[in-house]
Design a protein around this ligand. Structure first.
Ligand code: N2P
Length: 372
């Protein structure tokens, strides 16, 4: 049986103002369905599989639904789902901002919900069409990036840490290993500006949301120094098989991608490195221009049902905000300490926030690091 995360603990690292007066507004504006467009099922942002009543375009992280998620939804609703994938929040945002609409449901992380809401690319949710929101645990409602859940409903949560070959390199506990010349050529980092710069900031003991130029420059130097040691920057889901097949020894990965391979290979381990790591919550949102707004609400509601919620976590190994799903989460998963970290570990997790103007500095630095 899964442990329940206490609201106090979950909100502690969300920033002071984050929770004050957070109320859930059940009477959000209702949304209108835009005219349906036709397409060929490519889900290519130009209308995807046709939009409208019988189809739904989901734009998601890779490997982020269970095998039965989409077939189950299709069977229940008769709506056919086409899925496209992105590897980072920034890629998702760029796609939406390029005007390539046509997605009905997207899954941005916490800070990106705030950025997207500010940039006006999201539409308000109609909670009358999401009765299963009642299954969302208290600790996952009204978080700082969307205090009234006007635009987002939580999907999954997790951490970002290191998957490594314990049999080959012995026990590691901190980020130091990813900067160790001993592992030259056998380290991979996530191709993600906030996560990778965040890992450098945290290993230096700074906030993952630092806007201090000197701290960011220090993080840049560290990453430039690290670059020759890397196999490369990849999507987290691409890093897992590289560690599994012994190609690399240490991979920076999202927790689900980190814990799944440890189940049948005890040489591998996933750690939440010291002194701190990222904790994120991903969310379901409906972008403006969605062709099947009603279907999008149906999809969100489906994910928040007990069975589909449990199936999702039992496949992805990410945490669920869905309390109705908790009794059905596999014990082999809840037995892994990193799945639901103890307080002393949880307390050193940091949540990526929208850093406003400093976002440009982060992007410039990451571009410079990658081209160094
Ligand atoms: C799933 C990726 C999880 C998203 N493969 C990280 N926010």
């Amino acid at each position: 049986m899964a442990k329940r995360i206490s609201r106090g603990r979950f909100l502690k690292t969300m920033g002071a103002g984050a929770v004050a007066g957070s109320t859930f507004s059940i009477l959000s504006c209702s949304v209108s369905t835009s005219p349906q467009s036709s397409g060929d099922g490519g889900g290519n942002g130009g209308g995807g599989n046709g939009g409208g009543g019988n189809s739904l375009n989901l734009y998601n992280w890779s490997d982020y639904v269970a095998e039965e998620t989409l077939p189950g939804f299709e069977e229940e609703t008769g709506i056919r789902v086409t899925q496209d994938f992105y590897a980072s929040n920034e890629e998702l945002l760029a796609r939406l901002q390029s005007g390539a609409a046509g997605y009905d449901v997207i899954v941005p992380s916490d800070y990106m919900v705030a950025i997207m809401q500010k940039s006006g690319v999201l539409q308000e949710l109609d909670f009358e069409q999401i009765p299963n929101f009642e299954n969302v645990g208290e600790e996952f409602r009204g978080l700082s990036y969307d205090p009234e859940n006007n635009f987002s409903v939580p999907y999954q949560w997790g951490t970002t840490g290191l998957l490594y070959n314990r049999a080959e390199i012995g026990e590691i506990t901190s980020w130091d290993a990813i900067f160790d010349p001993e592992f030259e050529g056998r380290i991979a980092m996530i191709d993600d500006v906030r996560e990778t710069l965040g890992a450098a900031l945290m290993s230096l003991g700074y906030s993952i949301n630092s806007t201090d130029e000197a701290e960011l420059e220090e993080a840049q130097s560290l990453l430039v120094e690290q670059k020759p040691l890397l196999r490369g920057y990849f999507d987290s889901t691409e890093i897992t098989p590289l560690v599994e097949n012994g190609d690399i020894l240490i991979g920076h990965v999202f927790s689900g991608d980190g814990m799944t391979p440890t189940m049948d290979n005890e040489d591998l381990a996933y750690i939440i490195p010291e002194p701190g790591a990222t904790r994120w919550t991903d969310n379901m949102c409906i972008p403006n221009g969605a062709a099947n707004v009603e279907g999008a609400h149906q999809f969100i509601n489906y994910i928040l049902a007990a069975g589909p919620g449990a199936a999702l976590t039992n496949y992805t190994y990410y945490g669920t905000p869905n309390e109705a799903a908790l009794p059905d989460i596999d014990e082999e998963l809840t037995d892994i300490p990193e799945y639901d970290p103890p307080d002393e570990v949880f307390d050193r997790l940091q949540v990526i926030e929208d850093v406003g103007e400093a976002t440009r500095m982060y992007e410039r630095i990451f571009t410079e690091v990658k081209s160094s």
